[in-house]
Ligand binder design. Structure first.
Ligand code: SF4
Length: 195
C-alpha cells in the first residue's frame, strides 16, 4: 500500500504535462491524512506558482473570510487539505488563467482522495471541481451554488473567490448574506470550535 508520504513525493516530482506548462511543473498541494476539510479548487495562479503556497493571493484572502478561518488555521494541513483540480499553474489565456490541466485529476485525484478518511466537509470551488465532485448537479456554477443546501452539510459548491467574480457576488447578494454565515458555522463545527 502506498503511504501518503510516498504518494505526495510522487506528486511533487510529477512532470506528466510539463510540456504544456509555461512555467514548468510546480505542484501545489496541502494535505494530511487527518484533514477534516477539503478545499477542491481550480489550479494555482501565477502568484501561487511563485510562492508555492496555495491561496497566497487575493482569492485566498476572500476564501478565508468566507470560511472564518485565520491563516494559521487555513494552512494547518492536519485540518485543511487543499487539492486543486490541476496542481500546477496552467498558464494564462485571453480571458484569464487557463483551465486546470486535464491530465492531472485522472493521474492523482482518486489516490489522494482515498487517503482522506476523516473528511467532514468538501468545498467545491468553480466548474472543474464541480464536474468532478458534484457531477450530478447543475451544469452552471451559479445553479449549483444556488442549490447549496442539496448536499449540505458534507459538500458545498462555491464560486471562485477571485476578484474577477466581484460582479457575480454583486448580482447574487444571497451568497454572502445566507450561504457564507451558514458555512462559517459549519466550518467552526467541523473544527470543533464555537464559531
Ligand atoms: S499539472 Fe498535475 S499532471 Fe501536470 S505536471 Fe503538474 S502535477 Fe503533473
Amino acid at each position: 500500500m502506498t503511504t501518503l508520504v510516498a504518494l505526495l513525493s510522487e506528486v511533487r516530482a510529477c512532470v506528466l504535462c510539463a510540456e504544456h506548462l509555461p512555467l514548468g511543473p510546480r505542484p501545489v498541494v496541502q494535505m494530511h491524512r487527518s484533514a477534516r476539510i477539503l478545499i477542491a479548487g481550480q489550479a494555482p495562479g501565477r502568484k501561487v506558482h511563485e510562492t508555492g503556497v496555495p491561496f497566497s493571493d487575493a482569492s485566498g484572502d476572500r476564501l478565508r473570510t468566507w470560511l472564518g478561518l485565520s491563516r494559521e488555521e487555513f494552512y494547518d494541513a492536519e485540518q485543511v487539505a487543499i487539492l486543486p483540480m490541476g496542481f500546477c499553474f496552467p498558464g494564462t489565456g485571453r480571458s484569464g488563467d487557463l483551465p486546470p490541466r486535464s491530465e492531472c485529476a485522472p493521474a492523482w485525484r482518486a489516490a489522494l482522495m482515498s487517503q482522506l478518511k476523516n473528511l467532514r466537509l468538501t468545498l467545491v470551488i468553480g466548474q472543474y471541481a464541480q464536474a468532478y465532485h458534484l457531477p450530478n448537479e447543475a451544469a452552471s456554477v451559479t445553479g449549483a451554488v444556488q442549490a447549496w443546501q442539496k448536499n449540505w452539510p458534507h459538500t458545498v459548491p462555491l464560486p471562485h473567490p477571485s476578484p474577477r467574480n466581484n460582479l457575480w457576488l454583486k448580482r447574487n447578494p444571497w451568497f454572502e448574506t445566507e450561504l457564507v454565515p451558514a458555512l462559517r458555522r459549519r466550518v467552526a463545527e467541523v473544527l470543533g470550535r464555537d464559531g
